[in-house]
Write a protein that binds this ligand. Sequence first.
Ligand code: CP
Length: 332
Amino acid sequence: MSKRDFLSTADLTRKELDDLLDLAARVKGKRPGQVLAGKVLGLLFFQPSLRTRVSFEVAMVQLGGHCIDLSSDDLYELEPQEQAVMDGRAEEHVKDAARTLSRYVDALGIRSAARTGTWERDRQELLVRNYAKYASVPVINLETSFEHPCQAIADVLTMRENLVTLKGRRLTLLWCNHPEPKSLGPTHSILQAAAMMGMQVTLAHPLGFEVDPQVLERSRALAGEHGGGLRVVNDMETAAHGAEVLYARSWGCTKYWDDAEREAMVKRSLQGWRVDEALMASTNNAFLMHPLPVRRNVAATDAVLDGEHSVIYDQAANRTHVQKALLMQLLK
Ligand code: CP
């Protein structure tokens, strides 16, 4: 049987997404025991993490398995390009690392580096996709510039817990300000997953912060197929009006992907893109989501993050349950 990777929410069928959510709900209600006894998950982080790292480790331990944290400082610099003449800094090719690690561990989880060049390069997710190509064990995307599927499935579970049925429910994905350039991973992944659930999605961002056109078109098609809809707006007030879920997150400007100073200059005039009580009041009693970490009083105010409609810690908690379900599906 060929191995299965988990790289994108777009790789799932609707049935697979439902099955994963149902299993996550079951393992949340009742611990499944030591079903992964003896299994080892290797974790490779090329960027910092709190939630992803800890929730995967907790999930593996509670299922009877182990994690090995292969932090980037302990690894050789890797070459992701095919047929590269390796006379530069990279000491090892991804294909050799992937094939070797597959002899040691039962699955690999990888978070790639933040920005390695142009958007055209980073949107290809070379490191994670080449690991998946050459590893003989399942590879799990722990966030690239393009996707963060584990976060998105936990987000959908959180929405399902609060709204019960998601078809036709109004979700606003709202760009918010951040002093640093951020990935498009969480936005792309939740956009596709929410569209697949048949939600009425509003994507809201300032001009210049468009998401990848391929993801937008795929999400539009998925929404159409599953009885939902997708619209793009460029002002916060229109976006918030009537929303049942307000999901705030910053993401980067693909045009200036390799020019952080230019992106920072553009964002100087966008400090109003922040969620506050007035914006929440214009929604349809929406609950507030954010994948964390969050820049308090930049992306959203303390009042709304700590308010009664905030479910940000439920999202974080659901990472463990969703990842248990995913690991059980990939490794059992
Ligand atoms: N949301 C999320 O992935 O958090 P970390 O960056 O802390 O893993």
